[in-house]
Write a protein that binds this ligand. Structure first.
Ligand SMILES: Nc1ncnc2c1ncn2[C@@H]1O[C@H](COP(=O)(O)OP(=O)(O)OP(=O)(O)O)[C@@H](O)[C@H]1O
Ligand SMILES: [Mg+2]
Length: 301
């Protein structure tokens, strides 16, 4: 396995406020060349998990190993970590407006010690004209900028790509293209891809496996087609049923019925039980064991 997340706990602490256990015992693996889609409502801990994998959030408990070595907080060394590269939601914020895009891509090539590849080569790989290297980020559309951000990530020769909502700021027409591009680049280079998105139709399109997160835990994980055909956790069912279009395409609704509980003060037992139409007594008392489906309805006898 390239990336192995085991029983991960990540807490946010801010002065005068309760500790927020944003990731509360999550396990997930991503293999080389595999695309894993991570979905769940806003605030369930997806970004916190992604940032921890990149060494940007300190780990409170559990472990993250990448290619057999533990991931540790990066601090100022973060830019030189080449193996895991993250593509963020907002390409406007992640590119430097004052520098030519070719120079920004060249930084990554230098870090990776790659003298054979040019920034123009990478622009070509992400479907942009080579001569864009001489221009500045403001000259491009959102979709083009995100392609540039991807080219910059690729320059570092990552063995793991993480996209944290990389398409949600883009026009509808660019969304599927950029998602498919990330998938193709990851698969072709043998890198894993952890793809976080609210857009379930895009996740369905590009992910080999899907992981469903709820309030800091992975509640269901499985082959994308199988989860779609037969969602087993009541939360996964609720998510899929909430998709507006009958062909299964569409964006996650902002809210399902019932509120997401405060992660600083999660419900006892199964975290989903206050919103679950099928909750039983045991669900209020004991947390289900982690597994492909973390639910008392699916607990082996
Ligand atoms: N720096 C921080 N300090 C305190 N709490 C935080 C911090 N970052 C995130 N949180 C809290 O941790 C929880 C998980 O947040 P996170 O951003 O990981 O969720 P998410 O699944 O990425 O949500 P979204 O879909 O909106 O991006 C939320 O309750 C959030 O308010
Ligand atoms: Mg997020």
């Amino acid at each position: 396995m390239t990336l192995q997340i085991e029983d991960l706990v990540v807490e946010h602490r801010s002065p005068g406020r309760p500790v927020v256990r944003a990731v509360a015992g999550a396990s997930l693996t991503v293999s080389p060349g595999e695309v894993v889609g991570l979905v769940g409502e806003s605030g369930c801990g997806k970004s916190t998990l992604a940032r921890a994998v990149c060494g940007l959030n300190p780990v409170t408990g559990g472990s993250i190993t990448f290619e057999g070595r533990p991931v540790t907080p990066l601090g100022l060394r973060r830019r030189t970590l080449t193996a895991v590269q993250m593509v963020f939601q907002d390409p406007y914020a992640s590119l430097n407006p004052r520098r030519r895009v070719g120079d920004q891509i060249a930084d990554g090539l230098r870090t990776a010690g790659d003298r054979a590849t040019t920034p123009a080569d990478l622009l070509e790989r992400v479907g942009l004209p080579r001569e864009f290297a001489a221009r500045h980020p403001h000259e491009f559309s959102g979709g083009q900028r995100q392609r540039i951000a991807i080219a910059r990530a690729l320059a570092a020769r990552p063995r793991m790509l993480i996209g944290d909502e990389p398409i949600s700021a883009l026009d509808a027409s660019a969304q599927a293209q950029v998602a498919t591009l990330m998938r193709d680049l990851a698969v072709d280079s043998g890198a894993g891809l952890l793809f976080i998105s609210h857009d379930l139709s895009v996740v369905r399109l590009i992910a080999d496996r899907i992981a469903v997160m709820y309030l800091g835990r992975i509640v269901e994980v499985g082959n994308t087609a199988e989860v779609w055909a037969d969602p087993r956790h009541p939360y996964t069912r609720a998510l899929l049923q909430a998709i507006p279009r009958p062909d299964g395409m569409g964006v996650l609704p902002a809210e399902l019925p019932g509120d997401v509980p405060d992660p600083a003060n999660p419900p006892a037992g199964c975290r989903f039980h206050p919103r679950c139409p099928l909750a039983m007594d045991v669900c209020r008392e004991k947390e289900p064991a982690p597994g492909p489906v973390a639910c008392w309805l699916h607990e082996p006898a």
